[in-house]
Design a protein around this ligand. Structure first.
Ligand code: NAD
Length: 317
């Protein structure tokens, strides 16, 4: 078995490769070439979440094990901790174990960027970001790759965290302004990436024609967007079953405001099997729940690059 430790991942893969790998997963799932398995996600108490995301792609089988541990930031380590294990799809033999922390951030940001590229209005110039935790900077970098944004506005419950996001915007040559949620209405694309359990983004905070990439809600009970707003949008997702039960759509579905049959897999849009945005005024919403196939795809890409460069470490198990 080969090991690619967390410390090597940053030198092997970045937003470009992650975008390509994740876009490919959307197409594979739409074409029936890849299958995502049901998520196991358990609350450990104190806000800690632990679970497994797994799936089978055309040439990859794997699982990401790990979770979210909100006390970690205070210890100087990432709140998300995970590892991806890849297996030979024919024999089931363990093939590789790959650090999953940076990969999770890259693939989540890539999925949002794929949705922005497919669904946001081409002329979008203002990017809004709700949430300024670990994941937010990755979202900003990935979003900036797919639209010619001219400025970024953002809000976080703890305003001090916005300084980090502002620094990344500056690095990308984009002016950044900290704004209250009401002013997110100025944005044509809004990425939500908080750990909130009550909604912040209401109907009055979003202008017609906006694309929302909702990435924070990946567990039962989390929530970022008012359910009445979700119900008014055209909803897309990576996995309909997950969106309806543990994604942002869970609340609108539970309240009878949204029929899960109205949620469109984004892969179907990329494959040309379903329409994307239907008018300049339509609000589109990508409910990014995060699927094992995305983790497996970026991990397989890393493994291949590490092998090519002789960096993968062989171990006997
Ligand atoms: P983090 O803990 O580093 O940051 C979360 C931030 O959200 C904190 O700064 C907090 O102050 C802020 N926040 C919480 N409630 C808020 C509210 N109501 N309004 C504004 N800000 C608020 O977490 P992270 O690593 O940045 O991840 C953010 C969220 O994304 C988490 O819920 C995480 O589980 C989720 N996530 C989803 C996926 C996916 O595939 N969909 C992948 C990775 C992370």
């Amino acid at each position: 078995m080969l090991v690619v430790p967390e410390r090597l991942i940053a030198g092997l893969i970045g937003p470009d490769e992650a975008f390509d790998a994740v876009a490919e997963v959307f197409r594979q799932t739409a074409g029936g070439l890849a299958r995502n398995f049901p998520v196991v996600r358990e609350a450990l108490g104190g806000g800690r979440q632990y679970g497994f995301k797994s799936g089978l792609g055309p040439d990859a089988l794997g699982v990401k094990a790990g979770g979210y541990f909100p006390g970690n930031a205070a210890r100087g380590i990432t709140n998300h901790q995970s590892v991806v294990t890849l297996f030979d799809p024919q024999t089931g033999r363990p093939e590789a174990m790959i650090g999953g922390n940076l990969l999770t951030a890259l693939r989540t940001a890539a999925a949002a960027a794929v949705s922005i590229e497919a669904l946001a209005r081409p002329e979008a110039r203002v990017l809004g970001i709700l949430g300024a935790g670990h994941q937010a900077a990755f979202q900003l970098r990935a979003a900036a790759r797919v639209r010619s944004f001219e400025r970024v506005i953002g809000w976080n419950r703890t305003p001090a965290r916005l300084a980090g996001l502002a620094a990344v915007a500056t690095e990308l040559g984009l002016p950044f302004e900290a704004v209250p949620p009401e002013r997110l209405r100025e944005a044509e694309v809004i990425v939500t990436v908080t750990s909130s359990t009550t909604w912040t983004l209401g109907i009055e905070h979003v202008a017609p024609g906006t694309h929302l990439a909702c990435m924070g809600t990946d567990t039962i009970g989390k929530q970022e967007v008012e359910p009445r707003l979700v119900a008014r949008t055209r909803v897309f997702t990576d996995e309909v079953a997950q969106a309806a039960t543990l994604g942002e759509a869970q609340h609108a579905v539970a309240q009878g405001l949204l029929d899960p049959a109205r949620i469109t897999p984004l892969g179907a849009v990329l494959a040309g099997d379903a329409p994307g945005r239907e008018s300049a005024d339509q609000i589109t919403l990508y409910d990014g729940t995060g699927i094992g196939l995305q983790d497996i795809a970026v991990a397989a890409r890393v493994l291949s690059l590490a092998r090519d460069r002789g960096l993968a470490i062989p171990v006997e198990i």
